[in-house]
Design a protein around this ligand. Structure first.
Ligand SMILES: [Zn+2]
Length: 245
């Protein structure tokens, strides 16, 4: 337990430090949009124009969307959606890929989380959600990467929605290899025991929104919903920043 708290603190300290360093650098070297090179405003990590051009799924408006079809058979699953379409060769792909492999910018992810929350809040997508839970990384991976990309997104969302983020109850028990390197059978096998819920009673009858950066096969979310199967009368909402087409 002690160890885990250290890593969470480590993640938060990292984000805080990054924010301070960025603020200092801004004075001397104005930041530019990573997609188009235009000068950025104070809390921006992407310019408004590039933000508006990102390919929205509009899944918040549609029940039985493709994300809901993936998870409809999972116990306690209520509804879900991905904010953007993820396609190879796009700016979004580059940024998410960089974040996943440790060279990314968690502040960019936070901004993405804030923008997604602002847009979908208007559709009522987050109504009734009690807690936002980012998909955790294994502590070893977190130490190497320095931050959890899902937590950065969830933090941005939590700030806008004023819904608490919880990084304590759901833990990752297995440090599996990169999804892309695992076979389909391996991924299915990992479903059992990949995540664990600590003190499940504290989530009884709560509506829990799980947050991750991207849905490809849905194996990670499925493993997380599996860990929540014995949480009495909970409801699971699934949100990801992007979904592969
Ligand atoms: Zn731009």
């Amino acid at each position: 337990m002690q160890k885990k708290e250290y890593f969470c603190m480590h993640n938060r300290n990292y984000l805080l430090m990054l924010r301070i360093v960025n603020a200092i650098l801004d004075v001397f070297f104005p930041r530019t949009c990573p997609a188009c090179g235009q000068l950025l405003g104070e809390h921006e990590s992407i310019c408004e124009e590039c933000l508006s051009k990102l390919d929205r799924t509009q899944q918040a408006l549609y029940r039985d969307n493709v994300v809901e079809t993936i998870f409809e058979k999972e116990k306690h699953f209520s509804y879900g959606g991905s904010w953007l379409w993820y396609q190879k060769g796009t700016y979004l792909q580059k940024m998410i890929h960089m974040a996943k492999f440790g060279r990314g910018n968690p502040l960019w992810l936070e901004q993405m989380g804030r923008e997604a929350a602002k847009e979908w809040e208007e559709y009522g997508f987050f109504d009734g959600i009690d807690v936002i839970v980012p998909i955790p990384l294994h502590p070893k991976r977190l130490r190497i990467r320095g931050f959890n990309q899902s937590e950065a997104i969830a933090k941005g969302m939590s700030d806008v929605l004023k819904i608490p983020m919880d990084t304590d109850h759901l833990t990752r028990e297995v440090n599996n290899r990169k999804q892309s390197q695992s076979s389909k059978i391996e991924r299915e096998h990992l479903k059992e025991g990949l995540f664990k819920v600590n003190h499940p009673e504290e989530w009884y009858e709560k509506t829990i929104m799980l947050v991750d950066d991207i849905i490809t096969t849905g194996a990670t979310f499925r493993a997380a919903t599996h860990a929540l199967k014995d949480v009495y009368n909970c409801k699971i909402v699934i949100f990801s920043l992007a979904k592969t087409k």
